[in-house]
Design a protein around this ligand. Structure first.
Ligand SMILES: [Zn+2]
Length: 163
């Protein structure tokens, strides 16, 4: 077991706990060692137990937040039937509507437009700023973006919302 000089903090490794006063060989200080072993073990146990609980609470909170975010996403979406792509001046502009089906004001995420060629290869993956900051409950917001891809190559476009 270890005891420590309470004056110069020199540690001594002892086989048995001393009965009564001890004297430090380094500084000459005499003191009465107290048995700290049992208390330390208990304190360490309590500390690690608290840390474990804190970790569990944290993991739980993260999981709940993640689930709520996922649920939120369904309430704001791109109306796939509204999507139109127009070729003009050798450029493709893609337009459509973003719908908020919820009863609450929703923040709009970025709009990601992915274009594909005839062989289904991705030609471009472009992220655009949302057309507005918020969308009112039960309403739609129109968007229109111009892609920086040669329209001759594009066979299909997909639109996603990404925050
Ligand atoms: Zn000492």
């Amino acid at each position: 077991m270890k005891i420590e000089c309470d004056f110069c903090k020199t540690e001594y490794e002892l086989k048995k706990f001393p009965k009564g006063m001890v004297k430090c060989a380094v500084c000459g200080n005499t003191w009465l060692p107290h048995k700290p072993v049992w208390q330390n073990t208990l304190l360490k146990f309590i500390a690690s137990f608290c840390a474990l609980i804190a970790a569990c609470v944290f993991a739980f909170a993260v999981m709940i937040t993640y689930k709520e975010n996922k649920a939120d996403k369904k309430t704001v979406y791109v109306d796939q039937t509204s999507i139109q792509s127009i070729v003009q001046n050798n450029q493709v502009s893609v337009s459509g509507y973003i719908v908020n089906m919820s009863e609450d004001l929703q923040g709009l995420p970025n709009v990601v437009i992915i274009s594909y060629d005839a062989a289904n290869n991705v030609l471009s993956n472009q992220s655009f700023l949302p057309p507005a900051t918020f969308v009112e409950p039960k309403t739609t917001v129109a968007f229109s973006y111009t892609l920086s891809v040669n329209p001759v190559d594009i066979k299909r476009v997909a639109i996603e919302l990404k925050d």
